[in-house]
Design a protein around this ligand. Sequence first.
Ligand SMILES: Cc1ncc(COP(=O)(O)O)c(C=O)c1O
Length: 382
Amino acid sequence: MFKKELKILAENGMERRIEDRSCLNLPLSRMIRLDKTDYINFSSNDYLGLSGRTELINAAKDCMDSCGFGSGASRLLSGGTEIHAELEKRIARYKGTESAVIFNSGYAANISALPALASEGDLIISDELNHASIIDGCRMSRAETAIYKHCYVDEIEKLLSRKTRGKKIVVTDSIFSMDGDIAPIHTINELCIHYGAMLYIDDAHATGVIGAGKGSLHHFGIKPSDHIIQMGTLSKALGAVGAFIAADADTIKFLTNSSRGLIFSTALPACAAAASIAAFNIIENEPCLIEALWENREIIYAGINKLGLNTFGSQSPIIPVETGDINSTMFHSKSLMHMGIYAPAIRPPSVKTPRIRITATASHIKEDIVKLLNALETITKS
Ligand SMILES: Cc1ncc(COP(=O)(O)O)c(C=O)c1O
């Protein structure tokens, strides 16, 4: 089956393969072992190196001792525990909202919440570079979806000024996962207030990274408000798994009653929630981690720019590097691997322009960064 389709993918250099790493106690945010070889990992979203911290591991282990592993049912049946509830309270406090609800993944949160928030007759206004889970969530909602040019606020305003039967919702990533730039949330929020629209922000890469870790609203000095819905993941800088939506109490109550991915899916294991609580403790007690992340990001970003390479307007620890067409991008990625660096190629359809996507983390040591920059210089000059 699918031989023809697979042949086309291979011929166009578009075939994707799962490369599973060895689990050998390596700090994932810094090193990766693939096929018995160790590489410096510049492809992890474990921005603060929390996934390997003993606090998370012990919290999960302790919780498993009392709660078991699987949760056994949907949250709305018997799958939830007091640990799930504690995590939701913690998230709401952290994000400054009245309430929060957790989902099994960021993907599940977006494809569940967006169809709950918008339906036929409503208008979703969505950035062209939003994450695939947002695109899918918009499609599943059956609302009209208008796509605007990346971060182009004039177009958002034009769409907001349209007459519609139902609600209007502007949806945007805060930090874009493949370009690493930051959406002009402040201006978008002003427009939403002016036109009476809702604002749905995907803080997957902003949580634990900007706004002292609290995400994009804090970064832009915007107070949470009833028209703003903040989605975030627990799987990236938090080093755990799952996601959340934080908003006013009625919105969360409504989402609990209408998000299909919450109602019709087995709850996140309690041990995962316990690990996330431990992660929030670390982020709040160790601001030096976010400082280290940004220090590393600045060194990598400056070094790549010095080489004259295009970084697509990156403003975050996600630093994409333009590397030409698909073949040239594959060559870059393979050459980096030969030099001990893991930074996979990102190709269409994930992005329009092929690139190497480099992510800085707090765990990288200065020697890792020097190795990366030297390798990029060697490849660029070859
Ligand atoms: C912007 C954005 N939203 C949502 C997700 C999905 O999150 P998760 O990996 O927890 O499913 C991702 C993950 O890649 C993402 O980058």
